[in-house]
Design a protein around this ligand. Structure first.
Ligand code: FPP
Length: 255
């Protein structure tokens, strides 16, 4: 979700106003996702490296995220949005951790969209943690098992499907430690729009282009079809597949 700061600076506003506008864009994109065919949406809201930002910006972001969780909870329940937070919790403010738990419990029955907010998240740290867990795991590690270990199964969560679409706004062209394992075959979309300007129609534009891309997964088939989608917004990560399902092998080649 890059571009909040620049969006604000261009208007002569403090960066925190850009984050507020970014929060409104989050609400719009979450609402548009189920009808766009998105089953899993992961939003990179605060990376572990974002702790290096100035303290007033961190404090404002934490306040905003907490408020968003609180304000959007009833709407999420009504719209069948299941909220999950990925990343470390031990460094988040206690009040925020309580809001996260309330949202996760209240929305646990949602089936329209699995919304994952990445907070204090680092893909490399998540991979290291999964590797540590695998050392005491009775099952020999393979790709599927490792994917399960990555997916907070101790919190009773099912693994997420691999990411199909990764969108990064703000003109940046980097992965910045986001879902590195899950994006092994993600289609990447780098958009010039600043995140607060990212709209549902731009999302649908990206998905239409995704539908035109040829995905070969290392093989030579002419085209593939993916049933529904995983998008990741920056990022944003979308998985176009049924909520909570995993695709562990490539789709069959067309005859
Ligand atoms: C990156 O843009 C954005 C962030 C680090 C924060 C993202 C947070 C929000 C959109 C706030 C609301 C989120 C939720 C889930 C309610 P940047 O600040 O680096 O902007 P820049 O690239 O223009 O400097």
């Amino acid at each position: 979700m890059d571009g909040n700061g620049r969006w604000a600076e261009r208007r002569g506003l403090p960066r925190t106003r850009g984050h507020e506008a970014g929060g409104q864009a989050v609400t719009r994109i979450v609402e548009a996702s189920p009808s766009a065919g998105i089953g899993v949406l992961t939003l990179y809201a605060f990376s572990s490296d974002n702790w290096n930002r100035p303290l007033p910006e961190i404090t404002a972001l934490m306040r905003l995220l907490r408020q968003h969780l609180r304000d959007q909870r009833d709407r999420a329940v009504a719209n069948g949005v299941r909220v999950e937070v990925i990343g470390r919790r031990d460094r988040l403010p206690a009040g925020m951790v309580r809001e996260i738990a309330k949202s996760e419990v209240a929305t646990a029955g949602g089936t329209a969209l699995r919304l994952r907010l990445a907070l204090d998240y680092s893909a490399r740290d998540a991979i290291v943690q999964a590797a540590v867990r695998s050392r005491t795991d009775p099952v020999p590690p393979d790709r599927d098992r490792f994917t399960a270990l990555l997916g907070d199964q101790d919190l009773g969560r099912s693994p997420v499907p691999p990411v199909d679409v990764l969108i990064r706004t703000g003109g940046e062209q980097r992965l910045s430690d986001f879902l590195l394992w899950e994006c092994a075959y993600a289609e990447l979309f780098f958009r010039q729009s600043m995140w607060p300007d990212f709209s549902a129609s731009e999302l649908r534009e990206v998905l239409a282009e995704f539908g035109r891309r040829q995905r070969r997964f290392g093989a030579i088939q002419r085209s593939t079809s993916v049933p529904r989608s995983t998008v990741t917004a920056f990022p944003l990560s979308l998985t176009r597949s049924p909520v909570c399902s995993t695709r562990t092998s490539p789709p069959r080649a067309e005859a």
